[in-house]
Each structure stands twice: as C-alpha cells, then as structure tokens.
Design a protein around this ligand. Structure first.
Ligand code: SDX
Length: 430
C-alpha cells in the first residue's frame, strides 16, 4: 500500500496536509489519525457510512460491482469448489490449507465438539420460549467459566488457537442445544463420525430413540450457505467483535457480543424478518404492491426486509448464488413453496420500481436464505443462529487480525450538543 499521496484541508485560514492510504484494490482513504492533534478538528459520520475503522487483509468487497472475495478468492469459486471448514481455515489463517493441514484442523475440531455437562444446567435455566440467539450469546459467554485461561489478555496467539478451535467445534453443539431447549426435546450429543454440517443436522433433528438420516442434499446446501455467510469485512457484528476485542476482552466474550449485534433485524435478524414479512404478505392475499407502497411511505416505519445494503448498491453476489441454490434445493427435495414464488414476484416488482432502483436497493443475502432454511426444516427463529454459525470464522479472523496488528482500544470521539455549564439548583426552587 502506498502512503505517499496527500490531500489538503484548508480551514480557518490554515492549510493541513492529510496523508492518503491506498489499498491493494486501489481504495483510497484519508488518514486522519493526526487531524485532531494538528488542527483541533475531528470528523463525524453517523453509522460510519464513509469511515474506515481499520486496514484489513481478510475480505474485499466492491458494492458497486457486486464483488466479494475471501483472502482474494471469489465467493463464487469458493461456494462451488470448497467447503465450510476449508473456508474457515482460509479466513482465519490466510491461506488455503494443504490436505494435511486441513485434516489436522478438522480432526482438532471434531475432538472438541462436546461441551461441559454443566452447560446443560445453564440451558435448563432458560424458559422454553427463549429466542435461540439470546440463549446462544449467553452460552458462548459462559464458556469463559469453563476455560478461565481464555481470560488472560496476554495469552500467546498459539494459546488463543485453542479457543479458536473450541469455538468452531462447539458453536454447532450450543446452537443445536438452544433449539432443543426451545422445543423442550432431549438434547443430542455430537456424533463425530459425521462431517461438520451433518453433525449439526443430527444434533438439531435427531432423537435419542431413532437413527438420524442425514439427507446429503440438505447437508450440501447448508455447507454452501455457511460459506456464503462466513465473512463480510467490517459489518455491524464484525465491527462489534473487533471493538470488544480491542479492550482485550476474551475471544469468547467478543464472539458473544458479535452474536448479540447480529441478532438485530437490520442485520442478521433480517433473514427471520424476511420470512415473517413474506408469510404476512401471503396470508393477507399476496398483494406485494401494498407492501411496496408502505416501504416507500416515509410516514410508515415498514421496510422491505431483505432489500438494501450499506455497501452493495447493486446486486449482493451472495443473494444471486442463494437464489439459485433455493431453486435447486426445493427441486431436489420436491418442495413447492408458495413463499418462494411470492419472493420472486416481490423481487421482480421491486427491481422495476424507481424508488428502489434510484436508491440501489436490491435483494441482499438475507432475502432468499430463509427460504432454504425453511426447506431444510429449520424453524424461523433459528435462521439468525444459522447466520451466526456461518459468520463465526469471519468474526474470529477479524478479531485475530485486530490483536495481531496490536490495534489500539476502539474509542470514537463525539460532538457535544448538550447544555453549557450551569449551576446546581436546590430541589425546592426547580
Ligand atoms: C446484512 O453490512 C453488512 O455487510 C451486513 C451483511 C453481512 O453479511 O454482514 O451483509 C448482512 O445485515 C444484510 C442487510 C439485512 N437487513 C435488511 O434486509 C433490513 C432491511 N434493509 C435496511 O433496513 C437497510 O437497507 C440497511 C440497514 C441494510 C442499510 O441501511 P443504510 O445503509 O443505513 O441505508 P439507509 O437506511 O440510509 O437507506 C437509504 C435510503 C433511505 O431512503 P431515503 O432517506 O434516501 O429516502 O434507502 C431507503 C431508506 O429509507 N431504504 C429502504 C430500505 N433500505 C433502505 N426503503 C425501503 N425498504 C428497505 N429495505
């Protein structure tokens, strides 16, 4: 990256030189790290829409051209040719593994899928109507109790690798157990002869009384979905993981915070909200125009869930792949889902509508993913848990990069707009 380019700021009769950082994909950024000390000025940017928080070598995306790459590899190629654990290795360690490296990685993960039996006591404390995302975030944070050495902020990155393996190994178990708790069904223990996604499906849908049949179509579709969700540079939850980790909080605590941030309906919670919106549309007669009008009405807080994106102002490349996968999975499973038909009708109408076109509002990753999860038999309020399962290696990679590059604690500035100095008044005189 070249830092030789500069910008000039002229303010209040003075001139300030601002270095320009240029990234490996020719992105240019004003480096304002000395702006306040030299000029007394800060910048303000609600929602950080124009503000880079870091330099990162993990994921590149171009919102105008619909490009998404993990460590330089296109999402299209990885979704077609790779598998989730290999992509996890790539994101976390920076290179595609050799066969030996991948076998060792998979074996390490397989041997850590069990969680401490005391986790069951924590799980039993949750009422059956508990949303699985709240349970999952709590259970991940509780892992600090079982692995107290993970709290040491001075642990070597080698020691942290044990936590990385445990998280990747145990999140499917905790996720499935959160679901079983929700259903008040007996939990299922991991069956380590199964691969990652099949083991998860076994723990989700298996029952102690029957041998779980894993449909390879479902396992393969799930693996592709996890790859497509694995990272997305500085999205809300990844930025949360990085800023929590920047205080040298443990990786477990940082991932727990990331799960909480992902839960929101404007972020990962959108995949649940999309299906709920489509089902409401279907149940009220399928009048998509009515909902599109509501979405355009500034006096109506309703938004078309699954549409729009902070970065993609063109199609979200993941949505394109997931839309085709949805068709394939439903065909292979022989499922006719009227909600998928409605989703396609909604997309067709929206993409012709000037309001959405002028704002670059296209279907995002969450628009079609819920349709596949439904076809796989996964209940709606587990959809965002599926997103978290996929995003885990990305969060870990972002946290590891933040710690390896010794980023300072994240602490944004502000512009104060409150009262100026005033004196305390006696309560009887107010
Ligand atoms: C994810 O960041 C990531 O990378 C996230 C993610 C990842 O992989 O981590 O990609 C995953 O979170 C995908 C997004 C899932 N969320 C939804 O589908 C919720 C619905 N979408 C929106 O709420 C919205 O589009 C956001 C939150 C995704 C983005 O919002 P921004 O970037 O803050 O944009 P904005 O709210 O300022 O909207 C710009 C304009 C506004 O209209 P005007 O003020 O210009 O008149 O577009 C309108 C908005 O009202 N708009 C919508 C809309 N999204 C934006 N209008 C109707 N329906 C929508 N969905």
């Amino acid at each position: 990256m070249s830092e030789s380019r500069k910008a000039e700021l002229h303010y209040d009769g003075k001139k300030y030189e601002i270095p320009v950082t240029v990234g490996s994909e020719n992105e240019h950024a004003l480096d304002i790290s000395k702006l306040r000390s030299e000029s007394g000025l800060i910048t303000i940017d609600r929602g950080f829409k124009n503000t880079g928080s870091t330099k990162s070598a993990i994921t590149f995306l171009n919102g105008e051209e619909g490009i998404l790459r993990y460590r330089g590899y296109s999402i299209e190629e990885l979704a077609e040719k790779s598998n989730f654990l290999e992509v996890s290795y790539l994101l976390i360690y920076g290179e595609l593994p050799s066969k030996t490296q991948l076998d060792d990685f998979v074996n390490e993960i397989t041997s850590h899928t069990l969680v401490h039996e005391d986790v069951k006591a924590i799980l039993d404390g949750f009422p059956s109507r508990s949303h699985p995302m709240g349970v999952l975030s709590s259970l991940v944070s509780s892992l600090t109790a079982f692995y107290p050495k993970s709290l040491d902020p001075n642990r070597s990155l080698d020691e942290i690798n044990g936590t990385i393996i445990r998280l990747i190994a145990k999140l499917p178990t905790l996720a499935a157990w959160s679901f079983k708790n929700r259903m008040r069904q007996p939990i299922m223990y991991p069956k380590n002869k199964l691969n990652y996604t099949s083991n998860f499906l076994h723990m989700m849908f298996g029952l102690p009384t029957t041998e779980t049949e894993i449909n390879p179509v479902i396992a393969s579709a799930l693996d592709k979905l996890l790859i497509l969700h694995a990272d997305h540079e500085q999205n809300c939850s990844a930025a949360t993981v990085r800023i929590v980790g920047s205080s040298h909080a443990s990786l477990y605590a940082s991932i727990s915070a990331g799960i909480a941030a992902l839960w929101g309906p404007l972020h990962g919670g959108a995949n649940q909200a999309v299906i709920e919106m489509l089902e409401e549309m279907k149940d009220s007669g399928g009048d998509v125009e009515k909902y599109i009008s509501r979405a355009k009405d500034k006096n109506d807080s309703f938004r078309l869930m699954g549409f729009g994106h902070r970065v993609y102002k063109n199609f979200d490349p993941r949505a394109t792949i997931i839309k085709k996968a949805a068709d394939d999975v439903l065909d292979q499973l022989g499922i006719k889902d009227p909600v998928l038909d409605l989703a396609k009708k909604l997309e067709e109408v929206v993409l012709k509508d000037e309001y959405f076109k002028t704002r670059g509002l296209y279907p995002n990753v969450d628009f079609y993913s819920g349709i596949i999860y439904r076809a796989l038999g996964i209940p709606t309020d587990m959809f965002t848990v599926m997103f978290a399962l996929g995003r885990l290696p990305g969060w870990i990679a972002q946290w590891k990069e933040m710690r390896e590059t010794t980023e300072p604690i994240g602490r944004p500035r502000q512009v104060y707009t409150g009262e100026n100095l005033r004196s305390y008044s006696d309560i009887n005189k107010r």
